[in-house]
Design a protein around this ligand. Structure first.
Ligand code: SAH
Ligand code: SF4
Ligand code: F3S
Length: 475
């Protein structure tokens, strides 16, 4: 096992004054690697957040540089990569189930390579368990070393050896990596990776490394290229976009970046995720002042109780959250706000949970993601005393979702009879005769289309509101 590079949570926790090296053109393929995938097929299965989806696009780009061709058919694939998420236990369980299922394909086609990467690959316990109990996995790499993929695949195919390489360190910034974008009209642009917030329940700071921002000029260059290639929408991605730029001198912060990206003139700009902690006035001004910055903010609350927020390490109070919320509502016309909420944090009492419900009544969110607390090994909250039954937590989640659903519907109903601008994504998955797309407020609209193609911005009159979507017709 010594030839493997395994993850290490103690190293992953390390933080300090750090400016990440920028590595340009890290991907260098030798002649063997350039043709290893010729006549072979790949399939990447991605779980988790948009940052992971973006990594999946880079992985696809690397595999195509090696000559591989994409396939949707698992049975046809010569390499299947599971790009995993570690945020909650059920995310991990699904991946373990998927490995079990993919074993059958491997039996039918022993030459098939089964790989695992992403945030689970950064977890010591997971990697050890896979090496011990899942011999079918031939390839494991982490979030810091996508560029090593060609050398790892070469080792598997040419030397007939397993390849395991995971770094647990602060991390670098990789520029100029190849990628295959999933859509022709909407693109994600990573503006930073990693997180230094260390909310006590969260595994991300361990799996993604220290916060490291890309240079504003590199981000803007990417947005301009996308705009020139016909992209209509970019989403600026980071675990904490508001903290963007704090780790590099003479660059400008997120407020500055938003303005610069808006000035490229690209049609629609979104960003996620905004931690309430670092939200500045300049950011609010930018969202309010530029028409191409969409009036939609995902503002995770997590809990409405100050004591729970303190123990979560969120560093804002419910009052500070409400003030920011009010400012956004006042300053940004027709803004939609969504959130994330965790119920059943260790020690959460019924009373403390009711504070969360009160916040929901106050904020009346447009949309929300809610979760039962899931202890993540190695995080401080996993060691906190937790006496509450899972059934009680589930019941809280149920009550919470009931109110969240009520307000999404109420907010959607406000749009009935109005005409909205929808960026056309294409036919809906369930019914090819109905088309779908999103409004500036990030509301999903299903509508009848008279004329238009993917990427067009269409005027749609809303005829009906549902909890999670709107129906309408092109006018
Ligand atoms: N960076 C974002 C969150 C990314 S994780 C932020 O700070 O807001 C997405 C969501 O998953 C979080 O907002 C949180 O609600 C939820 N989450 C994270 N860790 C969790 C855990 N251990 N158990 C349950 N939910 C969790
Ligand atoms: Fe996790 Fe908190 Fe960082 Fe968000 S800000 S990724 S919840 S540690
Ligand atoms: Fe999951 Fe990693 Fe994203 S844990 S939510 S894929 S940063």
């Amino acid at each position: 096992m010594s030839e493997y590079r395994l993850p290490d949570f103690i190293k992953a926790r390390k933080r300090g004054p750090y400016q990440a090296p920028i590595i340009r053109e890290a991907l260098k393929l030798n002649d063997v690697q350039k043709s290893l995938g010729r006549d072979l097929f790949y399939h990447v299965i991605t779980y988790g957040c948009q940052a992971n989806v973006r990594d999946g696009e880079v992985i696809a780009g690397i595999l195509e540089e090696m000559g591989y061709t994409h396939t949707e058919e698992l049975g046809e694939a010569d390499i299947i990569i599971l790009n995993t998420c570690a945020i909650r236990d059920n995310a991990e369980k699904r991946v373990m189930g998927e490995i079990g299922f993919l074993q059958n394909y491997k039996r039918m086609k022993p030459s098939m390579i089964l790989g695992l990467c992403g945030c689970m690959a950064q977890e010591e316990v997971v990697v050890k368990r896979i090496l011990k109990s899942y011999p079918v996995v031939d390839l494991i790499f982490g979030t810091h070393n996508l560029y090593e993929l060609p050398a790892m695949i070469e080792r598997i195919i040419v030397d007939n050896q397993k390849a395991v390489s995971v770094y647990s360190y602060q991390g670098s910034i990789f520029e100029d990596m190849p990628s295959v974008r999933s859509l022709p009209h909407k693109a994600s642009v990573m503006i930073m990776d990693g997180c230094d917030k260390f909310c006590t329940y969260c595994i991300v700071p361990y799996t993604r490394g220290q916060q490291r921002s890309r240079l504003a000029e590199d981000v803007i260059k990417e947005v301009i290229e996308l705009r020139d290639n016909g992209y209509k929408e970019v989403t600026l991605l980071g675990q904490n976009v508001n903290a963007y730029g704090k780790d590099i001198p003479d660059n400008g912060d997120f407020g500055y970046l938003l303005k610069k990206v808006a000035e490229t003139g690209i049609e629609r700009i979104r960003f996620t995720t905004s931690h309430p902690w670092d939200f500045t006035k300049e950011m609010v001004d930018a969202i309010a002042d530029y028409d191409n910055i969409m009036p939609f903010v995902h503002l995770p609350l997590q809990s409405g109780n100050d004591e729970i927020l303190r123990r979560m390490g969120r560093r804002y109070t419910s009052q500070q959250y409400r003030e920011l919320f009010d400012t956004l509502k006042e300053r940004v016309r027709d803004v939609a706000i969504s959130t994330d909420i965790i119920v059943g944090f260790p020690g959460e009492t019924e009373e403390q949970f009711l504070d969360t419900l009160k916040m929901v009544e106050y904020c009346k969110y447009d949309n929300a993601y809610s979760f039962v607390f899931s202890p993540r090994p190695g995080t401080p909250a996993a060691k906190m005393e937790d006496n509450e039954e899972l059934e009680v937590k589930k019941e809280r989640l149920y009550r919470l979702n009931d109110r969240l659903g009520y307000y999404s519907k109420i907010n959607n109903e406000k749009w009935v009879g109005k005409t909205v601008k929808v960026l056309l994504d294409g036919p809906s998955k369930n019914n090819p005769e109905v088309f779908c797309g999103y409004t500036p407020q990030q509301k999903l609209v299903n509508f009848t289309l008279k004329e238009g193609k993917v990427g067009d911005i269409i005027d749609v009159r809303i005829t009906e509101a549902k909890k999670n979507s709107l129906n309408g017709e092109q006018i």
